[in-house]
Design a protein around this ligand. Structure first.
Ligand code: ADP
Ligand code: ZN
Length: 480
């Protein structure tokens, strides 16, 4: 990321001189950040407070003979405030902040990375006490697994980093903070005592954390009186601090665009959707007949959600297309934040996901491509039920799959025989099938409501959860 891409235009000679002149000054005088700028993340702040104290008065620790860890590793998903925390440590301790990204070390020519590491530590030693922050440390600290291509360079850089960390005087007050969202790929050598032996989790914020992040950023903008940040926090389960900061800023931009002087609740709500689904495509031309299909599809999701005990309430339904490619969507928001899901709840979610397609089938007697994203999500959920949560009928508490990367939500790998894998596929299909049948039966029992609500949505384009429930609960009309 921090790669300046000099390889694109830099000739060999240039690279050489780059290696030489790498006396680039990494220091940023003062970060100006404090722990007050970091919302939530109390455990992380607590763990870092000791480092701050150490930087304030290293003598207190030296006198008693205590050595503080030379390095701490901030571990967590992107955008959770790891960089911000590192800056806040420097700000709290009032010491210089050296920062570099792991990617910057791993340049094209062998030796440059190691030279940069030496350089960085020389400068840091001169300025001690100070913080050295290495972002994306996994780019240099990957397990040395004998991969080809570029691994030589990385290995040299990593070795140099280890040498420097071992070599410098722990009492002097150089503290290295590393950040990564791939802790599992780090070389164990980095994690040995005397190196990054402290590991500080920086997780996605819970509801209270999200509200706190929104508050910190909302303080920087002018707010109308009707603001309910808790409602925004509830609607943004799974969002990172960076995304929340972005939501507040988007809301402020929206207020300016519409010529208002303060951010309103609807600005915030709209920007939640912008961050989730992209901007509204105001001039997208969608034919009436397609709109009708989309309306039925969305009401299908919403009805299946509303008619099951284990589903989160419907918050909003819209058929205004978004730049993400979504033609419409149904937002559900849980009353309370959930940390555990029961088998029934997971199954209900899958049923809700199949609800859109089910409505199309029942009303139009055919399928459209509009359900592709639902299919993907339903399959993912059903698969995790079977392979990771022990929620299937054929397998006991058997871990059939492991995730390779907890924080990037990415890859999983199967740990089973090909025969079992085939059985898993069957089981996944049967879970989805059952959910789909459930959705079909809910919708056929509520055909009148499906039609009424779809007509209403088609006319209004966006309806709230309350409007939806009012029509759903209105018995007089449902007799149609
Ligand atoms: P990371 O290093 O974990 O990827 P950053 O520290 O770069 O994340 O966060 C990016 C931005 O997101 C920050 O500059 C800040 O504006 C916002 N942010 C993230 N987490 C928080 C938080 N806990 N409190 C306040 N702002 C946050
Ligand atoms: Zn759908």
């Amino acid at each position: 990321m921090g790669n300046k891409g000099f390889g694109l235009f830099g000739g060999f000679g240039k690279a050489m001189s780059f290696g030489r002149s790498s006396a680039k000054v990494y220091v940023k005088a003062q970060t100006g950040k404090t722990f007050a700028d970091v919302a939530g993340q109390d455990e992380a702040k607590e763990a870092l407070a000791e480092i701050v104290d150490f930087l304030h008065c290293p003598d207190k620790y030296a006198e008693i003979g205590a050595k503080l860890p030379k390095g701490a590793l901030l571990v967590g998903p992107p955008g959770t405030g790891k960089t911000l925390l590192a800056k806040a440590v420097a700000g709290e301790a009032d010491v210089p902040f050296f920062s570099i990204s792991g990617a910057e070390f791993v340049e094209m020519f062998v030796g440059v990375g190691a030279a940069k590491v030496r350089d960085l530590f020389r400068q840091a030693n001169e300025k001690a006490p100070c913080i050295v922050f290495i972002d994306e440390i996994d780019t240099i600290g990957k397990k040395r697994d004998g991969q080809t291509g570029g691994s030589d360079e990385r290995e040299q850089t990593l070795n140099q980093l280890l040498t420097e960390m071992d070599g410098f005087d722990g009492k002097k007050g150089v503290v290295i903070l590393g950040a990564t969202n791939r802790p599992e790929s780090l070389d164990p050598a980095l994690l040995r005592p005397g190196r990054f032996d402290r590991r500080i989790p920086v997780e996605l914020p819970d509801i209270a954390g999200r509200e706190a992040v929104l508050r910190v950023h909302a303080e920087k903008v002018k707010l109308a009186d009707d603001i309910d940040l808790n409602a925004v926090a509830r609607a943004t389960a799974g969002a990172s601090g960076a995304e929340l900061a972005n939501i507040v800023n988007e809301a402020a931009l929206r207020a300016v665009r519409s010529g208002r002087k303060a951010v309103s609740q609807s600005d915030l709500e709209e920007s939640v959707e912008v961050v989730i689904a992209g901007y509204q495509r105001k001039n997208a031309v969608i034919s009436q007949s397609e709109k009708e299909i989309i309306a039925y599809h969305e009401i299908g999701h919403a009805l299946v959600a509303a008619k099951q005990k284990n589903s989160a309430p419907v918050h909003k339904i819209t058929i205004i297309p978004r730049t993400s490619g979504a033609l419409g969507y149904t937002m559900q928001i849980d009353e309370n934040e959930k940390f555990l899901l029961s088998k029934e709840e997971v199954f209900s979610r899958i049923a809700v996901l199949t609800g859109g397609r089910s409505a199309e089938e029942l009303v139009f007697g055919t399928f459209t491509t509009g359900a592709s994203n639902d299919i993907e999500k339903a399959t993912k959920l059903a698969r995790t039920m079977v392979t990771r949560y022990g929620m299937s009928s054929s397998f006991d508490m058997m871990a059939l799959e492991t995730t390779d990367n907890k924080y990037l939500g990415g890859n999983t790998s199967l740990n089973c025989s090909p025969e079992t894998a085939a059985e898993i596929d069957k089981e996944v299909n049967s879970v989805i099938k059952k959910a789909h049948e459930k959705a079909l039966s809910i919708l056929s029992e509520n055909m009148g409501k499906l039609k009424e609500l779809s007509g209403f949505l088609l006319e209004k384009e966006t309806i709230t959860g309350e409007e939806f429930m009012r029509i759903l609960d209105d018995n007089a009309v449902s007799a149609v």
